[in-house]
Design a protein around this ligand. Structure first.
Ligand code: NDP
Length: 449
């Protein structure tokens, strides 16, 4: 496991002090700082003018009240957030998450990660993230619409196609983006398509955006495997989650010849040794908004549902955590290594704890950090912005080819940077350094702001 360079200790101390009670942000900042010792030793100019302190401090943090009226005519209050982390490379860009666990520390960690991820994608976008502690589960369509409208009633003042461009994340898909875009359009009296991404195709969305994060993760793993002279063919894969990222990672992996044997939701996991029936998963999660526990009844023999427990107990060669942060612990990593895992890629943001990452690296398992492996989503969002700006609409094939090219380039950037800094095969170090250098170069050019 990397340790932090002593020159960077004071920066981490400031982060811990200034952001007390925000463990996810501390974890994300520590992980990036751990990779930067070699860079500032070779290029001390990157620590001039408090650049490292500035990169760890969001440019702006907005917290607001979101009042709305439920179907029983009761007033409900939630809290809304937008953390505009860094705009050195372009307008802030990052998703909106609706989940009861959301707080400012979680949004800050996501915005920080997003900054380096967006840089790594090579697209001209800064980093930000937003969300609310609103829980869409069990809420009617009308309730979700009223919530989204109230949320946008405040958020609209802070965003814009050249300012900040939100997208979806956990709990925010095409339905929620549609309601938010509608309210933005009404409040501003502008059809400003480039203000949100992940839009429906009928009003300015991009083909392949829905699929992009999951497809991109599969492409990244394909590149890692190819580097070792192997591929997905016939390999057992376990994927946590059954949301947007997980479903489309499964789809692409199936097309690459992989065999998906398990997936999950927050209620538990299913194991299907015949291979997961993806159409059935889509029917349950995308159409009925149901629970994975329904899968067994609908699928019949040969599969089982495990309530609670850890999906990482299921033996596999490739593991993709695609649900949420810190869902794969040191104990899970130990089990995966003992069961012969060869590659792990973070479809979700920071799903592996630091102990788990340390264990994979020590065991020589190929490990792709989220800021590289799941960058396909935001990269395709940037392609959606590009289509909106040129009033164009590309074919699925063209968009997917761009996505595949971007994921290939991200893989190369991580790989070559790791090599250049004396740690061949270390994708964590490669991703952190390559992303950092791009943001830092722009910040240095812009002066102390
Ligand atoms: P979705 O809301 O579509 O799906 C999330 C999935 O994870 C669901 O199956 C959900 O289960 C499960 N899940 C959520 N929270 C928990 C929890 N606390 N414990 C266990 N399971 C949980 O979200 P996405 O697929 O969009 O996002 C998944 C991850 O990928 C997140 O970390 C997100 O930040 C990251 N990501 C997403 C991108 C995108 O384009 N959507 C881009 C880059 C990263 P249930 O149905 O029971 O809630």
């Amino acid at each position: 496991m990397n340790t932090i360079d002593e020159k960077l200790h004071p920066i981490l101390t400031t982060v811990l002090h200034r952001n007390a009670g925000e463990p996810e942000f501390h974890q994300a900042a520590r992980e990036v700082l751990e990779s930067l010792g070699r860079v500032i030793t070779r290029h001390p100019e990157y620590s001039d003018d408090a650049l490292l302190e500035r990169i760890c401090e969001p440019e702006r943090q907005i917290i607001f009240r979101v009042p709305w009226i439920d179907d029983n005519n009761q007033v409900q209050i939630n809290r809304g957030f937008r953390v505009q982390f860094n705009s050195a490379l372009g307008p802030y860009k990052g998703g909106i998450r609706f989940h009861p666990s959301v707080n400012v520390g979680i949004i800050k960690f996501l915005g920080f990660e997003q900054t380096f991820k967006n840089a790594l994608s090579g697209m001209p976008i800064g980093g930000g993230k937003g969300g609310s502690d609103f829980d869409p589960k069990g809420r009617s369509d009308r309730e979700v619409m009223r919530f989204c409208q109230s949320f946008m009633t405040e958020l609209h003042r802070h965003i814009g196609e050249y300012v900040d461009v939100p997208a979806g994340d956990i709990g925010v898909g095409a339905r929620e983006i549609g309601y938010m875009f509608g309210m933005y359009k009404r409040l501003n009296n502008r059809f400003e398509a480039g203000v949100l991404t992940g839009k429906g195709l009928s009003y300015g969305g991009s083909r392949a955006r829905k699929e992009a994060t999951g497809f991109g993760t599969a492409y990244f793993v394909q590149s890692m495997l190819a580097r070792q002279g192997t591929d997905f063919d016939g390999k057992r894969c376990v994927i946590s989650g059954s949301g947007n990222v997980a479903i489309y990672a499964m789809e692409k992996i199936l097309s690459f010849g992989g065999k998906i044997v398990a997936c999950s939701d927050s209620g538990g996991y299913i194991v299907d040794d015949n291979g997961i029936d993806l159409d059935l998963v889509k029917q349950i999660k995308e159409v009925r908004r149901g629970r994975m526990s329904e899968y067994v009844k609908l699928r019949g023999d040969g599969c089982r549902f495990v309530k609670g427990g850890s999906i990482w107990d299921v033996p596999c060669e490739i593991a993709l955590p695609c649900a949420t942060q810190n869902e794969l612990t040191g104990a899970d990593a130990k089990t995966l290594v003992e069961n012969g895992v060869i590659a792990v890629a973070e479809g979700a943001n920071m799903p592996c704890t630091p102990e788990a990452v340390g264990m994979f690296r020590k065991a020589g398992v190929l490990f792709a950090p989220g800021k590289a492996a799941n960058a396909g989503g935001v990269a395709t969002s940037a392609l959606e912005m590009q289509q909106n700006a040129s009033r164009d609409s590309w074919s699925f094939q063209k968009t997917e080819e761009r996505l595949a090219g971007i994921m290939h380039n991200i893989h190369e950037a991580c790989d070559q940077t790791a090599e250049e800094y004396g740690a061949p095969g270390d994708y964590v170090l490669g991703a952190n350094i390559a992303g950092f250098v791009r943001v830092a170069d722009a910040m240095r050019a812009l002066g102390v702001i």
